[in-house]
Design a protein around this ligand. Structure first.
Ligand SMILES: *[C@@H]1O[C@H](CO)[C@@H](O)[C@H](O)[C@H]1NC(C)=O
Length: 304
C-alpha cells in the first residue's frame, strides 16, 4: 500500500448503501430482491471466471474453453495465442491453468444450478477499453501482440477479480463456500501481484505505438476502472506517486516508489460490490445501471 487516503475507509452507512445496490442489481436479473443467495454469488463469480479463463486460455494455449467448461456457452469474440517471451509464457500458462480450474471448480460446486458461460469479448473490447482509458479514437490495441500488451490486458482484469471476491465474502453464508472463495481470492491476488510486478519492472518502457510509458498507461487503465465504478479512490497504478501526463520516468525520480499492493489505510484489500464490478466489465459508468457491454456484449448469466 502507499499514501492511504482517509476516504478509503468505508463507513457503515456506505456499506448498507452498497448492499442496497447489490440487491437492486439482482432484482434486474429477475432474481429475488429479498435474498442474495450463495448460489447467486457463486454464479456471479463463475461469470467472471469464464471471462478470465477464456482470455488466458486463448493467450497461453491458443484455444477457447471447451463445452464442458462453458456449460455449452457461445464461443468468445476475438482471442489468439499471445506472442510471448520465454519468461512470460510460463507465467501465462500457469495463470491459464488456475483460471480454467476456477471455472471447473465453480461449475462443479454449483452442479445443475451453474450458469452457462455468457459470450465474452476478448478481442475488440480491449481496444475499446484502452481507447477510453487513453482518451483516443485511433490506434488498435492487440492484447496478444507481445509481453507488454498481454500484461496490460491482464492488469485490466486481475485487480477487479480480487476486489470482487473481497466484496462478495461477507455475503456468503455457507462456511465451505466462504473458505473456497477465500482460496480463490488469494489466487487472484497472487495473479494480480505477478502482473503488477511485471508491469512495474518495465514501468519506463514505451508502449508502441502509443508513445506512452508503461507506468502512465497502467495509471490510465486504473483511472478508468475507478471512474466507471464511481469511487475514485479504490484503484492504483504501479508507481507512487501516480504517473502523470507530463512525467517522464527515466530514470525513476528519486521520490518514486512502487505501488504494487492496492489497499485501504489499514492495508486491507479494497472491496467492490457486484454493481461496481459490473460497471467495469460492462465498460459503463455505474450511474447508468448497465446490464451489458464491453467484455460481456449480452451481459452475465444468472443461475439456472
Ligand atoms: C475440457 O477442458 C478441461 C481443461 O483443459 C479438461 O480437463 C477436460 O478433459 C476437457 N473436457 C473435454 C470433454 O474435452
Amino acid at each position: 500500500m502507499w499514501s492511504p487516503k482517509s476516504t478509503d475507509v468505508h463507513t457503515p452507512s456506505r456499506t448498507s448503501a452498497m448492499r442496497a445496490l447489490i440487491l437492486a442489481v439482482f432484482a434486474t436479473l429477475a432474481l429475488s430482491a429479498s435474498a442474495v443467495t450463495d448460489v447467486d454469488i457463486l454464479n456471479f463469480a463463475l461469470n467472471l471466471e469464464c471471462l478470465e479463463a477464456q482470455f488466458y486460455s486463448y493467450a497461453a494455449l491458443g484455444v477457447p474453453l471447451n463445452a464442458t467448461l462453458t456449460g455449452n456457452g457461445p464461443a468468445p469474440i476475438g482471442g489468439a495465442m499471445a506472442s510471448l517471451s520465454g519468461f512470460v509464457k510460463p507465467i501465462a500458462n500457469e495463470i491459464a491453468m488456475d483460471e480454467i480450474s476456477h471455472v471447473n471448480f465453480l461449475r462443479t460446486a454449483l452442479g445443475a444450478k451453474a450458469a452457462v458461460c455468457p459470450q465474452v469479448d476478448i478481442g475488440p473490447a480491449f481496444n475499446t477499453a484502452v481507447r477510453a482509458a487513453l482518451g483516443i479514437t485511433d490506434k488498435n490495441f492487440d492484447p496478444y501482440k507481445d509481453d507488454t500488451n498481454f500484461l496490460l490486458a491482464a492488469f485490466l482484469f486481475e485487480d477487479v477479480g480480487v476486489t470482487a471476491y473481497k466484496g462478495a465474502a461477507p455475503l456468503i453464508v455457507d462456511k465451505g463456500y466462504l473458505s473456497a472463495a477465500a482460496g480463490i481470492l488469494a489466487v487472484e491476488a497472487y495473479h494480480a501481484g505477478i502482473i503488477r510486478t511485471l508491469l512495474y519492472q518495465r514501468a519506463v518502457q514505451y508502449v508502441k505505438p502509443y508513445n506512452i510509458q508503461v507506468a502512465l498507461f497502467v495509471e490510465k487503465l486504473s483511472h478508468l476502472r475507478e471512474t466507471l465504478d464511481g469511487t475514485g479512490n479504490d484503484d492504483f497504478g504501479v508507481i507512487a506517486p501516480p504517473a502523470t501526463d507530463n512525467g517522464f520516468y527515466f530514470p525513476f525520480k528519486s521520490d518514486m516508489d512502487s505501488s504494487l499492493v492496492p489497499t485501504d489505510a489499514n492495508a486491507i484489500a479494497f472491496s467492490r460490490t457486484i454493481p461496481q464490478v459490473l460497471s467495469i466489465v460492462y465498460g459503463t459508468p455505474i450511474t447508468s445501471n448497465p446490464t451489458k457491454g464491453l467484455f460481456y456484449p449480452n451481459g452475465i448469466n444468472p443461475a439456472k
